[in-house]
Ligand binder design. Structure first.
Ligand code: DG2
Length: 251
């Protein structure tokens, strides 16, 4: 049996996922469908007997509320909680607040995919004080100025997420706890890239659906015994992954 159990959970559908807008660090809430997905995620955990002993979330309410709703459904609201900006969604720069379909139409498929899924091309930066900027948000006041993102590519996310993985999540795993990480499409893609050793090129094709727990059994080197992880509802995950991939092409 693998010694360490890790569960990844992308938040349920948000108000802006439903509107097909680039979100990034904008702190949008779950919509009703997203709340239901989160509850279902918790029920899946309970049914699988995968009960988290500790939960890590970003500082964004869509992930925080997803964790809360899922843990409530699994009767695990009492477990310790840790949060970090390092689990936040990728900062989407000047694309934050923009419509994905309109952006695709305006800039073309190649540029759109470069911004959305390339490993190392960030969107243009978002000016401090701009409409969808978080430059004045008190929750980020403790981030050293030189680390505060104004845009990020996935490579940047890997770089700021990994210190949290090693300093905070791995130590919890080492104590034998089952760890739940409730986060975002791209912060989880960054973690999956690391866990599964996915190449810079191949990570472009990996999409994570909302609200479906992805469980990893890790060996003593923190490598997956089940590469790619195991979705607790594989059928639903398959359809939802396709939908994420095709965002921008609809609406
Ligand atoms: C989405 C991901 O983040 O978008 O920022 O728009 O997971 O917090 O809903 P999330 C966003 P894509 O990179 O899949 O377009």
């Amino acid at each position: 049996d693998a010694p360490y159990k890790l569960i990844l959970l992308r938040h349920g559908e948000s108000e802006w996922n439903a509107k097909n807008l680039f979100t990034g660090w904008v702190d949008v809430n779950l919509n009703e469908k997203g709340e239901k997905e989160a509850v279902r995620g918790g029920e899946l955990l309970k049914d699988a007997g995968l009960l988290p002993d500790v939960v890590h979330t970003s500082l964004q309410k869509r992930a925080i509320r997803t964790a809360q709703l899922a843990l409530e459904a699994a009767d695990r609201l009492w477990i310790p909680v840790r949060r970090s900006w390092r689990l936040n969604e990728r900062h989407y720069g000047a694309l934050q607040g923009k419509d994905k379909a309109q952006t695709l139409a305006e800039f073309g498929e190649e540029q759109f995919m470069l911004w959305r899924r390339s490993y190392d091309t960030p969107p243009p930066p978002l000016e401090d004080g701009a409409e969808w900027s978080q430059s004045d948000d008190p929750r980020y006041a403790t981030i050293p100025p030189e680390l505060r993102p104004r845009t990020e590519c996935l490579k940047d996310v890997v770089q700021r997420m990994l210190p949290y993985w090693y300093d905070s999540i791995v130590p919890d795993l080492l104590t034998g706890r089952t760890v739940l990480v409730a986060a975002h499409g791209n912060s989880l893609r960054a973690l999956v890239k690391h866990l599964d050793g996915i190449s810079d090129a191949d990570i472009a094709g990996l999409n994570i659906p909302t609200g479906i727990p992805l469980s990893y059994d890790l060996d003593t080197d923190f490598r997956p015994v089940n590469p790619g992880g195991t979705y607790l509802d594989p059928e639903a995950a398959k359809a939802a992954i396709e939908a994420v991939k095709n965002q921008g092409k609809k609406k």
